[in-house]
Ligand binder design. Sequence first.
Ligand SMILES: NC(=O)c1ccc[n+]([C@@H]2O[C@H](COP(=O)([O-])OP(=O)(O)OC[C@H]3O[C@@H](n4cnc5c(N)ncnc54)[C@H](O)[C@@H]3O)[C@@H](O)[C@H]2O)c1
Length: 244
Amino acid sequence: MRMAGKVAVITGGARGQGAAEAALFAREGARVVVTDVDETGGRATAAGFGGEFARMDVSDEAAWEEVLDGVLARHGRLDVLVNNAARYWTRPLMEESVSGLGQIFAVNLHGPFLGIRAAAKRMSGGGSIINVSSTAGTTGYPGHGAYGMTKWALRGLTKVAAAELAAQGIRVNCLIPGAIAGPMLEQSVPAEVLADPAHWAGTPLARAGRPDEVAQAALFLACDDSSYLTGTELVVDGGATGTG
Ligand SMILES: NC(=O)c1ccc[n+]([C@@H]2O[C@H](COP(=O)([O-])OP(=O)(O)OC[C@H]3O[C@@H](n4cnc5c(N)ncnc54)[C@H](O)[C@@H]3O)[C@@H](O)[C@H]2O)c1
């Protein structure tokens, strides 16, 4: 019960990694609030482990205030925020647009910025904030211009927030998943390619990760086992970017 007594909010928790994190945190004793723009999926996920759902678009500052006020009203505390929600597409730089950048920045970067600020002012007994970046934020994958910019920037935001919020006992760390099975990955790599062992030649563990494997890393950063970690990065990519 590594999350006993803690209250956790997870953005984009309707499916994928966020849903896996929500279920794992709840199994470890946390009271978990799943948030997402997908109300049907979010409600189903939360119901699966007896948690709560709140609709929240992470790019909406007023929604952050309302949802986190509700969390404090119902639970009296906030200990953990996972900034997991993101949009994703691949597009060559020459085909990207300023309006495309605006759309993806609003969710992937402004969302965590708003979340850090809204959560930090409500975490009275310290806390843990986890920003979910990507190996597209540590390397230069073709087609990952807009998405990659947000994920690179999120690493910088993590470090600044860690430095500024440490005095309040709030730790801020970055989770860096590689290729993780699910709808987001299948948007850029067809299922038959993912099933081909040749596709994994550059990945020592030779497969995609699973959402529950990322959730275990998120749990470590969320709970007190990582009490001396802040401003750091935990890469969960089967060795794809660390061994070449
Ligand atoms: N899947 C991968 O291979 C992979 C790799 C590296 C990093 N990541 C990162 O991990 C995180 C989770 O990815 P996933 O694979 O579970 O993605 P996913 O697409 O399965 O889930 C993302 C969730 O975010 C929600 N969402 C989108 N826009 C939102 C908004 N404006 N407000 C609130 N919620 C919103 C979606 O409804 C969805 O439920 C993301 O930050 C992603 O960038 C994923």
